[in-house]
Design a protein around this ligand. Structure first.
Ligand SMILES: [Cu+2]
Length: 132
């Protein structure tokens, strides 16, 4: 291998290493368990649940363990969702689907931290999940 080739391959290796590190940093701290809203009857009996009723998250300050899945269940006719702004659980933000009465949405928390959220159409509806 001549020196020019050697320099190119070192640069290529550096580029790959940098890209890989950047990718890891950009990784989501959560994974979406339900792509869309699901019926509340599909929520597992032993699930961690945050009910939504009367314009409130009934457990607004929740603590779970790394790897736990949290289900939000709307109990009232007014539609609600769960939104994490940019930078909280990922770079782009995460806006959950609107939930009608007796619909659920679930997220699995893969990293320790404190994650604030709100309801998109009702920004006064706030909650947080602390992951230990
Ligand atoms: Cu709402």
């Amino acid at each position: 291998m001549n020196s020019a080739m050697k320099a190119r391959s070192i640069l290529a290796a550096l580029f790959l290493a940098t890209t890989a590190a950047g990718g890891a940093m950009a990784q989501d701290k959560v994974s979406v368990t339900t792509e869309a809203a699901v019926a509340a009857t599909e929520v597992p009996a032993d699930a961690v649940v945050v009910n939504i009723d009367k314009l409130k998250y009934e457990t607004p300050d929740l603590t779970v363990k790394v790897g736990d899945t949290v289900y939000w269940v709307n109990k009232e006719a007014m539609p609600h969702n769960v939104e994490f702004v940019k930078g909280v659980v990922n770079e782009g933000g995460l806006k959950g689907p609107m939930l009608k009465r007796d619909q659920a949405y679930a997220i699995t928390f893969n990293e320790a931290g404190t994650f604030d959220y709100h309801c998109t159409p009702h920004p006064f509806m706030r909650g947080k999940v602390t992951v230990e």
